[in-house]
Structures are given as structure tokens and as C-alpha cells.
Write a protein that binds this ligand. Structure first.
Ligand code: MN3
Length: 233
């Protein structure tokens, strides 16, 4: 897909998804959790083939992600959590139910995940590239560290590139649907890039070969989005 078309699609999804002030801002939502809407996918189900197959994409988005969204909205309905900014909700997630933690994370993490992938070739901004060089040594070393976290994570969860409060970038992994915004995280910060390593994210196409799925991820990372998220930290 051409960049112009991608941006046009983004514009369409914005109109339908008022919860995010712009497509790059899902790492910093500003609206009330109870006003969340299910985001449109910014590309077709088959757009990321051969790296992510259409059937996996459709099930993952329309069943898994939609399920987390529906259960999250149901879990916060008529509770104080519905009036909170999602970022603040996550910052105090230890005070919430497991239903809010698991489904709120599931809703939010997948929203970030779809955005940080694209069929179009993109490049990290000079600013992000400089930060990656500074914190990891090089882009290749960063990919090794992130890939290793994704491959070695035991069980269901996510791998993350995170900007910490001091601005330093680091790699982490999280269990289940936890994320680096949550107060239960050992290392907290703003998520810039995430990769879903639950088996539902790759098993139909890759079976047990998670490493191959992780290595292929680099072909479809949307560096424009990751760079914008870094700009907004
Ligand atoms: Mn998933």
C-alpha cells in the first residue's frame, strides 16, 4: 500500500475512533476509558502476508482483540474506572480487578500492535535511530535484544521497546496482557513498539516456530509510528 493510501485509511479510522487524538497517540490516550471504541485495523487482513497470514489476522483482530475490548468495557461499566484516563488506570492497575487488568491490557496492547506494523517499507527517524544507537549500540543490536526477549519469553505475553522516565530506551517482556504502563511492571515507561508472542498470534502459520515469527516481524515494523511515539514521549 502506498503511504498516501495508508494515511487516508488512518484518517478514516480516526473519524470512527474518536478515543485516540491521532493514530500515533495510543501510547498516550487522553480520553476516558469508558469512552473507548474498538479501533479499525489500518490495513486489510492479508496486507502483512507472508509474514502474518490473513486467517490469523482476522481471528486475532475480530475475535481475540474484540473479545478483550468487549470484556474491558463490561468490566469497567458503572465503575470509577470508566471515568479514568487509560494511562492513569494502568498506573494504578494493582488496585483493579484481574478482569480490568487482563482485558484492559488486551484491548490496549493490540491497539498498539496493529499500528506498529505496516506492509510499507519505513525507516526510523534520525532522532529514534540516534537513541537506539545510544542505548543499544546499533539497530542490529537492538533487534537482537528485542528478538531475544520475544523468543525467550516463557508462555503468553509481549515483547516491548520502552522509553523510561529518564528518556532511556530499554527492552522488556510482560506476562499475559500486562504492559509497561502498569504499576505492576518491574520497569515502567512509555511503550514504543510491541510484539505479541501469545501462540494465537502465530500458531496457525508458524506452529511451534516462534523464532521464525519473531525474525519476520522486522519486515513489517512501522518505524514511522514508532518514531512518532518516541516524538510524543
Ligand atoms: Mn494477541
Amino acid at each position: 500500500m502506498k503511504r498516501r493510501n495508508f494515511l487516508a485509511l488512518v484518517g478514516t479510522s480516526l473519524a470512527a475512533a474518536p478515543v485516540w487524538s491521532n493514530v500515533y497517540s495510543t501510547s498516550l490516550p487522553t480520553k476516558k476509558a469508558g469512552e473507548s471504541v474498538f479501533p479499525e485495523l489500518p490495513y486489510a487482513y492479508n496486507a502483512l502476508e507472508p509474514y502474518i497470514d490473513a486467517q490469523t489476522m482476522e481471528l486475532h483482530y475480530s475475535k481475540h482483540h474484540k473479545g478483550y475490548f468487549n470484556n474491558f468495557i463490561a468490566a469497567i461499566k458503572d465503575t470509577p474506572a470508566a471515568g479514568m484516563d487509560i494511562k492513569d488506570l494502568f498506573a494504578g492497575i494493582s488496585k483493579q480487578s484481574m478482569a480490568v487488568r487482563n482485558n484492559g491490557g488486551g484491548f490496549y496492547n493490540h491497539s498498539l500492535f496493529w499500528e506498529n506494523m505496516t506492509p510499507t517499507k519505513t525507516n526510523a527517524s534520525a532522532k529514534l535511530k540516534a537513541a537506539i544507537d545510544k542505548n543499544f549500540g546499533s539497530m542490529e543490536k537492538f533487534k537482537e535484544e528485542f528478538g531475544s526477549a520475544a523468543k525467550k519469553h516463557f508462555g503468553s505475553g509481549w515483547a516491548w521497546l520502552v522509553a523510561g522516565k529518564d528518556g532511556a530506551l530499554f527492552v522488556s517482556d510482560s506476562l499475559n496482557q500486562d504492559n509497561p504502563l502498569m504499576d505492576i511492571s518491574q520497569k515502567r515507561g512509555t511503550p514504543l513498539l510491541c510484539l505479541d508472542v501469545w501462540e494465537h498470534a502465530y500458531y496457525l502459520h508458524y506452529q511451534n516456530r516462534r523464532a521464525e515469527y519473531v525474525d519476520n516481524f522486522w519486515n513489517i515494523v512501522n518505524w514511522d509510528v514508532v518514531s512518532k511515539r518516541y516524538d510524543n514521549v
